[in-house]
Design a protein. Structure first.
Length: 463
């Protein structure tokens, strides 16, 4: 048995096991063969990619997406329900015999959707952590403390409130530029500032604590800046010690080419990642994945779902920048392409607490995605622009994000990130060529895209 197989199938004894899942835990894999009706929560490109993958499963009976977007209806039925309206979700699930709820975005998880359904008799399976587990994303201060408790490599940090703002300024003075300031709570992906000037960093700290991001920045985490190359590692875990590491991806956060300008939700992604080789991933698994999975169990935290590890490679060593408690976007738009296995049984195994015998195989091809966005994003941008050319892509898959359909069927823009153009290729060049051909075919007023997705990885490959 290989190191990877051994680490993925072992169970590690701990003193404080989490509470038992109320969702049919312990059922054997051989019994997991019935058709499943699934409700997927969310409306972005991530959810569109998940819908595409789930819809391909022979185990699927029916797929609903709440609320979905202008492209998810190609894979299931869109339902006009907010992912935060737990009562409406429960009523819909009962009326439609939903077997499993897959939570796409972080807000319902941080709000406690797992806990809500765990107290209801006959509830569907939930793919996602408990509210306590979701604090890994819901509170950056909690996440950093968790990493320290379990000796997980991360940047040096301290947390500050309005009452300790002067201490925060003093801590900034102890660091070298650039300075990293993070809102403790959820801030729609906008709560991280990287600032070159010490004076500007102090000013930003005061503004954040004064409500720049509302309640989310009532506490601010200041971190030491780490220089290196980032990548995203995704883990699906069942809460009982078994897990699967999904294909590794790299996303591109800044709006401008050459990684310039403000951060966005993501302008593109590539998988695999050239520097995430076997040795690097061995370190990731031993130093980060295992301590995270076992740390959650040892603290009695129920966690059955995705763990997103935002990593940075510093001189060949992996360190954690952040945790998220769901799949990333736009990384999902390449990761789903590279999962060759049927995803639905894996999701069911995670939700039931039994992933130990579930295989996960990867497609060896490259997958890339290029995000087509509205002009003005990530600042102010217009909506309601008609979209054309989505039927012209023959060598790519278009995952809709900020789109919706009018009553007459017209497809229009409804968000900043509009469509992720994803494609396979035998190498990174062919995959990117297919993604860009699709992105060029999609047209709407003010369309913008980065033209340098994957170029840094190509340089690493040549080196």
């Amino acid at each position: 048995m290989s190191i990877q197989q051994n680490l993925n199938t072992m169970r590690y004894p701990v003193n404080n096991q989490p509470e038992k899942s109320p969702f049919n835990a312990g059922e054997t894999i051989s019994e997991q063969t019935e058709k499943l009706s699934v409700l997927l929560l969310g409306s972005g490109g991530r959810e569109c990619a998940l819908a595409w993958k789930i819809a391909s499963s022979p185990r699927l009976e029916k797929l609903f997406i709440a609320p979905g977007n202008g492209g998810t209806d190609a894979y299931g039925e869109n339902i006009a329900i907010s992912p935060l309206d737990f009562e409406a979700i429960a009523d819909f699930s009962t009326a439609n015999n939903i077997d499993m709820i897959v939570v796409g975005n972080e807000d319902p998880l941080v709000a406690g959707i797992y806990d809500y359904f765990s107290t209801r008799e006959g509830s569907p399976l939930i793919v996602g952590p408990s509210k306590a587990g979701a604090a890994l994303e819901g509170s950056k201060d909690f996440a950093k403390q968790f990493m320290v408790r379990h000796s997980i490599p991360t940047a040096r940090y301290q947390s500050f409130t309005a009452e300790t703002v002067e201490d925060g300024c003093n801590f900034l003075e102890s660091l070298k530029a650039p300075y990293v300031l993070k809102a403790d709570g959820l801030a729609a992906g906008k709560g991280v500032l990287i600032i070159d000037s010490l004076d500007e960093a102090k000013k930003a700290l005061r503004e954040m604590l004064d409500g720049m991001f509302g309640k989310s920045s009532a506490t601010v985490v200041i971190e030491e800046f780490l220089k290196g190359t980032e990548c995203s590692v995704f883990v699906l875990t069942d809460g009982n010690g078994s897990y699967r590491i999904l294909p590794v991806a790299k996303d591109y956060k800044r709006i401008g080419e050459g990684d310039t300008g403000p951060n966005t939700g993501g302008m593109g992604a590539v998988s695999p990642v050239v520097f995430a080789d076997k040795e690097f991933m061995r370190k990731v698994e031993e130093r980060i994945v295992l301590p995270t999975v076992n740390g959650l169990i040892s603290e009695g935290i129920v966690y059955r779902g995705f763990i997103f590890l935002g990593l940075i490679e510093v001189d060949g060593e992996p360190m954690v920048i952040e945790y998220n408690v769901r799949m990333g976007d736009p990384e999902t738009e390449v990761v789903m392409l590279r999962i060759a296995s049927d995803l639905l049984p894996l999701l069911e195994g995670a939700a039931k607490g039994n992933l130990s015998d579930m295989p996960l195989t990867e497609d060896p091809r490259y997958a890339t995605t290029v995000m087509v966005v509205s002009g003005g994003y990530p600042g102010n941008y217009p909506k309601g622009k008609p979209i054309c050319g989505t039927d012209n892509s023959t060598n790519a898959i278009l995952f809709h994000a900020g789109t919706k359909r009018e009553a007459d069927g017209t497809l229009i823009t409804s968000g900043g990130r509009v469509i992720a153009c994803s494609a396979y290729g035998e190498d990174i060049d062919k995959a990117l060529a297919n993604s860009y051909a699709a992105a060029d075919s999609v047209t709407f007023e003010g369309k913008y895209m980065r033209r340098d997705i994957g170029q840094d990885l190509k340089k690493m490959r040549k080196a």
